[in-house]
Design a protein around this ligand. Structure first.
Ligand code: DGL
Length: 247
């Protein structure tokens, strides 16, 4: 399979990392809309318009599947992307919900959902989990983590102050959904803040679990072809990819 991975920017590389660890695909074409990131503060119509443009971009390649690594796009634009795409489109939100259900047998578990403002406002995770009987949910828009990660601030005083700002009144969660591409990079710090061993739902691992359930993978691709595209400054994206993915 040759696939496209779409994100609003560089954050979706955390999903590519999980895909690479499982060696599922022969070729991965990554597109980050770096000229227009962040999507998480934009409105629904804008997010849908940008997402459809990403589908158009992938039409330049003969791909078999589009994986939407961006939680914000997955929350708002999957139906519209599917309508304009010739190949299947799957997103991390549905995968994250299923991973949460698989990880938490106790439906009274206290689940903290983190995401951008748009993802939290969409209630995509909340509604999906409520439908499956989970009602002990707290959602928190923690968009400031996005620029921190972009600035490669993964620890230290600024991050500590931001954690305190967002979480000071939040009860210790049994599970934390990292509903944003950037949050896996500060996953340990988020977990440590609550001084509790919470189950962490990571979009990359969730999408791998989802793919392995949905498709039959008969072969491993240890050295897949990787191509990186960005709507602005592709060299910067490639530099981050080289670092995060140890290429
Ligand atoms: N990729 C976005 C997400 O996962 C985070 C960055 C943005 O706001 O565009 O929701």
């Amino acid at each position: 399979m040759k696939i496209g991975v779409f994100d609003s920017g560089i954050g979706g590389l955390t999903v590519v990392k999980s895909l690479l660890e499982h060696a599922l695909f022969e070729e991965i074409i990554y597109f980050g809309d770096t000229a227009r990131v962040p999507y998480g503060i934009k409105d629904k119509n804008t997010i849908i318009r940008y997402a459809i443009e990403a589908v158009e971009f992938f039409k330049n390649f003969e791909i078999d599947l589009i994986i939407v690594a961006c939680n914000t796009v997955s929350a708002y634009a999957l139906d519209e992307m599917r309508e304009s795409s010739a190949c299947p489109v799957i997103g991390v939100v549905e995968a994250g919900i299923l991973a949460t259900v698989n990880a938490l047998t106790n439906k009274n578990s206290n689940i903290l959902i983190l995401g951008t403002k748009a993802t939290v406002n969409s209630k995509a995770y909340e509604n999906g989990l409520k439908e499956r009987g989970y009602n002990n949910l707290e959602s928190k828009a923690t968009g400031l983590f996005v620029p921190l990660v972009e600035e490669e601030i993964y620890s230290g005083k600024v991050l500590e102050a931001t954690l305190e700002h967002y979480f000071k009144d939040v009860q210790k969660p049994d599970a934390i959904i990292l509903g944003c591409t950037h949050f896996p990079l500060i996953s340990q710090e988020i977990e440590n803040y609550f001084s509790k061993k919470s189950i962490i739902i990571h979009s990359g691992d969730a999408i791998v679990e989802y793919l392995e359930n949905e498709f039959e993978f008969t072969q491993k691709y240890e050295n897949p072809t990787l191509k990186f595209f960005a709507s602005e400054n592709p060299d910067a994206l490639k530099a981050v990819a080289a670092k995060w993915l140890s290429l």
